[in-house]
Design a protein around this ligand. Structure first.
Ligand SMILES: Nc1c(NC[C@H](O)[C@H](O)[C@H](O)CO)[nH]c(=O)[nH]c1=O
Ligand SMILES: CC(=O)[C@@H](O)COP(=O)(O)O
Length: 157
């Protein structure tokens, strides 16, 4: 049985970060976690793109453009969509997720989904470095692992 074993390392993995400015206090905490994890894995922040967009609805377009750059191996997309009084939450969160998936498949580069979709601000803060962890860190780990996996799969066995 063929298997792929990857030791998580970002030493030669160039990750770009795209972040929603909406709910910036939460999204900056997601970004801080992701950048710290990237550094811890050996990533070079000096060469890393960090791009801000108005909201999560705009993440897919910027993520796709970054993924299409030859010097980018993978993208981490970070946002916080917090339910309000109207169905707007459903549309923003669903299209952000769908758009990022389409961007990943079109670019054939990993685009990690680090977008919180919560009912309350408290739930969002708990997932951005609080008691429920940091989804930005999880998204970074996913992006690095997928870059390494795709490289292994492209290497003749
Ligand atoms: N309500 C939230 C938004 N709304 C803004 C949209 O993402 C978009 O920027 C606007 O509709 C203009 O196109 N965005 C979030 O990221 N989080 C929210 O809670
Ligand atoms: C997710 C959203 O767009 C939300 O913040 C908007 O709030 P509201 O539904 O009260 O307009």
């Amino acid at each position: 049985m063929k298997r792929v074993q990857t030791l998580l390392s970002a030493r030669d993995v160039r990750i770009a970060f795209v972040v929603s400015r909406f709910n910036e206090r939460v999204t900056r905490a997601l970004l801080d976690g992701a950048l710290e994890a990237y550094t811890r894995l050996g990533g070079n922040l000096e060469e890393a793109w960090t791009v801000w967009v108005p909201g999560s609805f705009e993440l897919p377009l910027a993520a796709k453009k970054l993924a299409q750059r030859p010097e980018v191996d993978g993208v981490v997309a970070l946002g916080a969509v917090i339910r309000g009084e109207t169905p707007h939450f459903e549309y923003v969160s669903a299209q952000a997720a769908s758009g990022l998936m389409q961007a990943m498949l079109a670019s054939e580069k990993p685009i990690a989904f680090g977008v919180l979709t919560t009912d309350t601000s408290e739930q969002a803060e708990a997932r951005a470095g609080g008691k429920a962890g940091n989804k930005g860190v999880e998204a970074l780990y996913s992006a690095v692992e997928m870059v390494q996996l795709l490289r292994a799969l492209q290497t003749p066995s």
